[in-house]
Design a protein around this ligand. Structure first.
Ligand code: PBG
Length: 343
């Protein structure tokens, strides 16, 4: 009997609390029109940058096994693909080259060859699709026999300042070819300032720098390294890329890059680092980019191929979360698919 009474009392008090609720948030979720009216974050095609892979040869397109739907294109096939994505509204591409083994060496000299694959490709893009913003990657890993982003000494140590000298030559040769923006992804100290100085000195004052400022030593880059065949032959990248456990260090890297002249700063990867994107957004006044990297792409594709998730919805939800976290721009292999979805 006493139990019954206490149950009734509990019920009554719950009802009372409910009826006294001062506010009902569900009111604004009642219809799609209302939901659209109060939506805080809207992903648009203007937010997207499409990373693309170019290889030597003619009339070939090779799908990357761990990145279904992503291809390495020869230049002749890359150009129409770029024209197509530009037509869909994607404003920028980030270009990555597949360098043949015979062109690689210890110090990545091919990276600043005026007639190299990147330089020829940039020229051709600017001739055929002049409106698209071409972003070139500044790092040695596709060009070195050992696969590291820097010059390595006999003890396996990555040498900072000699590497920066090569990065500067690479960035200037990319600007000379017509790149709109150079993107140092190497994580050497002082490279943004050195590249800015050299670009200005050579007259490329309007070539922008998109700095991979907070780039983590991440296991999410695996499929990209397959795509470029650029996995390090020994060791790992932990002496230059950041420790996944650190957040304050990311702020320091961003502050340094801005002081050195970065126009846009980037966080990479994106999904496991949404907190970093938010902190950087709150602490800076330059546009913030996020790189939805190859491993993030591969996970969604693999789950979708198994029928375990709704691919389109998961893609949109994931990219929206990056924008909500503070990303003004998102580099994503989903760019073309998303442009098609949003159109
Ligand atoms: C190399 C570079 C990497 C990526 C972009 N530039 C790989 C790495 O640092 O090893 C990764 C991109 C991706 O995983 O999608 N400087």
């Amino acid at each position: 009997m006493s139990t019954e009474i206490s149950t009734a009392e509990t019920k009554e008090s719950v009802i009372e609390t409910t009826s006294n609720l001062p506010y009902r948030p569900r009111r604004l979720r009642r219809s799609e029109t209302l939901r659209r009216m109060v939506r805080e974050t809207i992903l648009t095609v203007d937010d997207l940058i499409y990373p693309m892979f170019v290889m030597e040869g003619e009339n070939q397109r090779m799908e990357i096994a761990s990145m279904p739907g992503c291809y390495r294109y020869t230049l002749d096939l890359l150009l129409p693909e770029i024209a197509a994505v530009y037509k869909l509204g994607v404003g920028a591409i980030a270009l990555f080259p597949v360098i043949p083994e015979v062109k690689k060496d210890e110090t990545g000299t091919e990276s600043y060859n005026r007639d190299g694959l990147v330089q020829r490709t940039v020229k051709a893009i600017k001739e055929t699709v002049p409106g698209i913003v071409v972003i070139t990657d500044v790092a040695l890993d596709p060009f070195t026999t050992h696969g590291h982003d820097g010059i390595v000494d006999e003890n396996g140590v990555i040498l900072n300042d000699p590497t920066v000298e090569v990065l500067v030559k690479m960035a200037v040769s990319q600007a000379e070819a017509g790149a709109d923006m150079v993107a140092p992804s190497d994580m050497m100290d002082g490279r943004v300032g050195a590249i800015r100085q050299a670009l200005d000195a050579e007259g490329y004052i309007d070539v922008r720098i998109l700095a991979y400022s907070a780039k983590y030593a991440s296991a999410y880059y695996g499929p990209f390294r397959d795509a470029l065949d650029s996995a390090p032959k020994f060791g790992d990248k932990k002496t230059y890329q950041m420790d996944a456990a650190n957040a304050r260090e990311a702020i320091k890297e961003v502050e340094l890059d801005i002081a050195e002249g970065a126009d846009i700063v980037m966080v990479k990867p994106a999904l496991a680092y949404l907190d970093i994107i938010r902190q950087i957004k709150d602490k800076t006044n330059v546009p913030v980019a996020a790189y939805n990297v190859s491993g993030e792409y591969a996970m969604i594709k693999a789950a979708a191929a198994n029928g375990w998730i709704d691919e389109k919805k998961v893609i949109l939800e994931t990219l929206t979360s990056m924008k909500r976290a503070g990303a003004d721009l998102i580099l994503t292999y989903f760019a073309k698919e998303v442009a098609l979805m949003l159109n």
